[in-house]
Ligand binder design. Structure first.
Ligand SMILES: NC(=O)c1ccc[n+]([C@@H]2O[C@H](COP(=O)([O-])OP(=O)(O)OC[C@H]3O[C@@H](n4cnc5c(N)ncnc54)[C@H](O)[C@@H]3O)[C@@H](O)[C@H]2O)c1
Length: 405
């Protein structure tokens, strides 16, 4: 389907290649890519940490693993070793911890991390906040670039008038380690007031902007507009004016990429009126949290929106949605976002390890999803008849058909 979704992540991360500590941990010269590949090939498989989580997390994870098994079976040299580990509200209820140390260790050692969704509204810390290991992982592994693609798959209904004709294909880059979320667990609440502190640093902003400019440049090379929009609230807060000033400094180094600057409130209105005018957007953590749910709504719903949280050495792949307690256990969850997140993982592994088969497998998954929707798949999520099993079955059959072709 969409070649524009194919990011060659290694190119985006190239300036940070020397920091890739996995190679160091394995006792190899960080510059010796060939020997690193041999390590991976010696194991003969990608080791994937699987954190199904809570609610519909395990329900959408199972189809994603089935899809990965199927592409591995038909792609020479592509194998997976899945290791499942606990994390989430259920684990907290049972043990008092959001996740055990063994889960963090597994994530550190694995080639990539797949996560379902975590948290249940009725299970909370004593301070009344929720259990969110998915956010903790971003801090632990410095996953600063939250990549939230938003592409309207043909034949999926969008609430936006004109979307079927004009198409929607944009990417939200959400800074994921600071912003207002830097205050998580540190806010001060008394009987009379509450304070949370937003943090924006030069170090993180610069690498976030570099990542975003390189993505816009690569999308331009593949026929998109090559436009990067900085979304902030620089009219009201010094911190966002600082954010925008650093964006402007960075823009000078990418003269081939068009830029725009929008206040988040105006941007929200424009997104629901003319989403096709956007290409890549970059923003602070809390704004990205909200805007990426809005963009998911543009393309059919939360069950259609994949995501990747990328750092210099690790990455977590998960759907944008949460645990959907209102539909858990009913077989209604749409697994498309989780399946497309697995395809994003394959792209990232392909680029990181120079594994062409993994990139082909990613394309095969995306094509299968497109074909399944073109053939009339209608998820319950947007009023159709198809639940989790029907959607998974349709994608698996489309994969089978393409393998036979
Ligand atoms: N990354 C994560 O792990 C993550 C993200 C968001 C929310 N959460 C947690 O999930 C819980 C529920 O949060 P929420 O209700 O705000 O958001 P949610 O994304 O779980 O659900 C919002 C709405 O979208 C629907 N929905 C979501 N995913 C769907 C899918 N795959 N198929 C069909 N319908 C789907 C739900 O039924 C619900 O009506 C909370 O405990 C929250 O903290 C976790």
């Amino acid at each position: 389907m969409n070649a524009l979704l194919t990011w060659q992540f290694i190119h985006l991360l190239k300036p940070f290649a020397k920091k890739i500590d996995a190679r160091v941990k394995l006792g190899h010269d960080a510059a010796n890519i060939t020997s690193f590949h041999l390590i991976m090939l010696a194991n003969d498989s990608f080791h994937i940490a699987v954190l199904p989580g809570d609610g519909i997390g395990p329900e959408v994870m199972a189809p994603a693993l089935a899809v990965l098994d199927k592409v591995a079976a038909s792609t020479p040299g592509l194998k997976f070793r899945f290791t499942e580990a606990p994390a989430g509200a259920g684990h907290y209820r049972d043990t008092g911890k959001s996740m055990p140390a063994s889960t963090i260790k597994l994530c550190e050692q694995a080639d990539a991390i797949l996560l379902g969704a975590c948290g249940l509204p009725h299970i909370r810390y004593p301070d009344n906040t929720e259990i969110m290991p998915q956010v903790e992982l971003r801090f632990i592994f410095d996953l600063y670039a939250g990549v939230r693609p938003c592409r309207l798959i043909p034949n999926v209904p969008s609430p936006i008038v004109g979307a079927a004709e004009r198409g929607i294909d944009l990417v939200v880059i959400r800074e994921s380690t600071e912003g207002l979320f830097a205050s998580m667990g540190k806010g001060v609440v008394t009987d009379t007031e509450a304070r949370e502190t937003l943090v924006i640093t030069r170090k993180t902003s610069q690498r976030l902007f570099d990542f975003s400019f390189r993505l816009a440049r690569r999308r331009k090379a593949r026929g998109r507009r090559g436009l990067l929009t900085c979304v902030d609230k620089a009219n009201a807060f010094k911190a966002y004016a600082f954010f925008r000033a650093m964006f402007d400094e960075c823009a000078a180094r990418y003269p081939d990429v068009d830029t725009d600057r929008l206040y988040v409130d105006a941007c929200s209105a424009m997104l629901v009126r003319r989403p096709w005018d956007f290409d890549v957007m970059v923003m602070e953590n809390m704004f990205g949290d909200i805007i990426s749910d809005l963009t998911a709504g543009l393309i059919g719903g939360m069950g259609m929106a994949p995501s990747a949280d990328i750092g210099d050495a690790h990455a977590v792949f998960q759907p944008c949605h949460g645990t959907a307690p209102d539909i858990m256990g009913k077989g209604l969850a749409n697994p498309t976002a989780m399946i497309l997140s697995a395809a994003l993982m394959l792209d990232w592994l392909a680029d990181r390890h120079g594994h062409a088969g993994a990139a082909q497998a990613a394309r095969a998954i995306e094509h299968a999803v497109d074909r399944a929707f073109a053939a009339g798949l209608a998820p319950c999520e947007f009023g159709g008849r198809d639940g989790t099993a029907a959607i998974a079955g349709a994608v698996l059959r489309a994969l089978d058909a393409s393998m036979r072709a």
